[in-house]
Design a binder for this molecule. Sequence first.
Ligand code: NAD
Ligand code: LMR
Length: 337
Amino acid sequence: GLAKIKKEPIKVLVSGAAGQIGYALVPLIARGAMLGPDQPVIIHLLDIEPAVLSLKAVTMELTDAAFPLVKGIVSTTKAAEACKGVKIAIMVGGFPRKEGMERKDVMSRNVSIYKGQASALKRFAAPGCKVLVVANPANTNALILKHFASPSIPEKNISCLTRLDHNRALGQISERLKVHVGDVKNVIIWGNHSSTQYPDANHATVNTGKGWKPVREVVSDDQWLNTEFITTVQQRGAEIIKARKLSSALSAASAACDQIHDWVLGTPKGTWVSMGVCSDGSYGIPPGLIYSFPVTSKKGEWSIVQGLEIDAFSKAKMEASAKELIEEKELAYSCLN
Ligand code: NAD
Ligand code: LMR
């Protein structure tokens, strides 16, 4: 008979691997949830010296779980070693805001981390490496990474995580309509992964059993979509922090998997997802900003869904989030000077 074609392992980097999201993310990658159940992986774990013991523990547990798809583990505190030959880089590492810290203090630390890691990726990652920035401020960290990894890593290969917000929006609509979450699609998260993001259900559809219908037609209280739905999704991260005393990790790790999965393996026909990507000026968003758009993906390349009708209500919200991103960009660059 025909011999089964064995795939070559792909090197996947997780930075901040000793943290909460890292702990939830690494087993998902190792199980094939990110790149497919037949795709072997070599997992690169990066963290910093103060977290070296936790990093060691994660590494030991990864060995102990005996995942058949894991063909190797590289565990290191050196960015150059961590980035060597990686095809996928999930950047979760960063400095969280602590009590008494100004926004600018956090920004300046993260901006210099992302400047440094951009150079390591630029020098050592495999050609065509795809980068997903998870660490906050996710859009602006990705913007800095884009700048300093250029031209080796093209802007098309850099994204930030807004799939979590997208999935949260699907979850809210599915609860409201009492349908399975798989029967809701095509919500949109526009803008920043912050409370100015605009969760938009104007183009979302629901599978009624007799075909897909606009959510706006099916929902009994249309006003809910313009008010509570938006604020619930915008504030969900803060609500989790309040309840857990820690930020979301299970859902963030799962969303990071989804985002890479659909980017690399493609979006299903008739479905789009939200992803923070470099604006090309679509929908009047300033070119160059890392902004969340509806995207489809094919053969590893995303493209922004074009031609959606945008009403005045939506336009104002989309512009407000773009404005916040311009301010973050200015702050980030002022920190580098
Ligand atoms: P965490 O503090 O548990 O883990 C972060 C890890 O990064 C720590 O182990 C830390 O040692 C490490 N780190 C710090 N500086 C580093 C560097 N220079 N290189 C490598 N590693 C470094 O935090 P967490 O809960 O895992 O969250 C990680 C980040 O993700 C935070 O910034 C959080 O705000 C963000 N987040 C984003 C989303 C999203 O949807 N975009 C969702 C949830 C959380
Ligand atoms: C989330 O969306 O859960 C996190 O980004 C929340 C936060 O502010 O850290």
